[in-house]
Design a protein around this ligand. Structure first.
Ligand SMILES: Cc1cc2nc3c(=O)[nH]c(=O)nc-3n(C[C@H](O)[C@H](O)[C@H](O)COP(=O)(O)OP(=O)(O)OC[C@H]3O[C@@H](n4cnc5c(N)ncnc54)[C@H](O)[C@@H]3O)c2cc1C
Length: 318
């Protein structure tokens, strides 16, 4: 059995859902959860249900907004006092920035963006896609502990059963230390309802969207089915969508339950970012488009006709 800390990020009334995915895989270990800021009361109960023994809200001056140095200093102090073997987090934009810095501070090993892992005998072994998802590497970590691990959101899935633990909630005082570079403001992309990496359903548009205003039909479908809108790099480079919406090798890596690719050819660099989606639906006028080789369901047709029909049909049943 290992002693594990799961770092999470708080939202208005919950914590990042990947936290629950990680807790599910850590059943059988001694697991605490920590967030910078106040963990909402509702989330405390949920975290306890899925195995969190202690839930720590870390508080201190200059920690209201994320800053790489402030968060790293605060967590270093807290983790150092906790005697943890492993520190996990979802591979969110924030953790991708924070965890390498933290593991460097501890001079400890890190496995980033694993899509699965085991904890046999309290020892971590993970799986990580490499070379745009063309192969899977087995990852083990050696050297001084704690070891750091980030997990791709939506890759593990929500735990199928509960594993209740004490769920003691407590505040801990931490220090942000010296902050030389502070983030003044975080502006959410206007079209992003939920960060793409966390979305359960994604509707993406490619070069075939022809212009930015045409993304409205994808947004209508997304609103109907509770999806987030993404884009290919060709759509982003053409100015139809902001880079925050780009899926792929040089964009975001996503693993939703459902990925609907509209007018996207299926280039290897796009597939690299979405091939681990549970169900892929492709709409394309070209029956030989490579995306169909990866799609679970394919519709050969004009997206400008198909997408509005899908929206209308979903409206009838949702
Ligand atoms: C180093 C590097 C990194 C890259 N990173 C990324 C990345 O992160 N993400 C990414 O997406 N790409 C990336 N690319 C670019 C990638 O190689 C492709 O160029 C890009 O994915 C193509 O985007 P697309 O499928 O939208 O456009 P296209 O390849 O032009 O495909 C458009 C598709 O739309 C179909 N179509 C046309 N009209 C309609 C219609 N009316 N209805 C339905 N279908 C229609 C066509 O048949 C075609 O299949 C990268 C490339 C390089 C070299």
């Amino acid at each position: 059995m290992a002693k594990v800390l799961v770092f999470t990020e708080v939202t208005a009334d919950n914590v990042k859902s990947v936290t629950y995915e990680i807790l599910g895989k850590l059943a059988g270990n001694e697991v605490d959860v920590a967030a910078v800021g106040q963990v909402p009361a509702g989330a405390v109960a949920e975290l306890a249900k899925f195995g969190a023994a202690n839930i720590h809200s870390l508080k201190g001056d200059n920690l209201d907004n994320y800053s790489p140095e402030g968060y790293a200093n605060a967590l270093k102090e807290f983790i150092g006092n906790g005697g943890y073997d492993y520190v996990f987090a979802g591979s969110t934009s924030l953790a991708k920035d924070l965890f390498p810095r933290l593991s460097g501070m501890f001079d400890a090993g890190m496995a980033s963006e694993v899509t699965n892992f085991t904890m046999d005998g309290g020892t971590f072994a993970g799986t990580r896609p490499l070379f745009a998802g063309k192969c899977l590497a087995k990852v083990e970590i050696e050297g001084p502990k704690p070891h750091f691990v980030t997990v791709r959101p939506n890759a593990l899935g929500m735990p199928s059963s509960e594993n209740a633990a004490a769920g003691n909630a407590a505040d801990a005082s931490v220090s942000a230390g010296e902050i030389r570079a502070a983030i003044k403001e975080i502006i959410k992309g206007a079209s992003e309802k939920l960060d793409l990496t966390e979305a359960n359903i994604i509707v993406s548009g490619g070069r075939a969207m022809k212009e930015a205003s045409n993304f409205k039909i994808l947004e209508d479908l997304a609103d109907t089915i509770g999806a987030t809108v993404g884009a290919s790099r060709a759509a982003v480079d053409s100015g139809y969508a902001p880079h925050a919406m780009q899926v792929g090798q040089t964009g975001k890596t996503v693993a939703p339950s459902l990925y609907i690719a509209c007018g996207i050819s299926g280039a290897i660099q796009h597939l690299a970012g979405m091939r681990t989606s549970k169900c892929i639906v492709a709409i394309n006028t070209d029956p030989d488009a490579p995306i169909f080789t990866k799609a679970d369901y394919g519709i050969v047709g004009d997206l400008f006709q198909i997408v509005p029909i899908l929206t209308e049909e979903f409206k009838k049943i949702m």
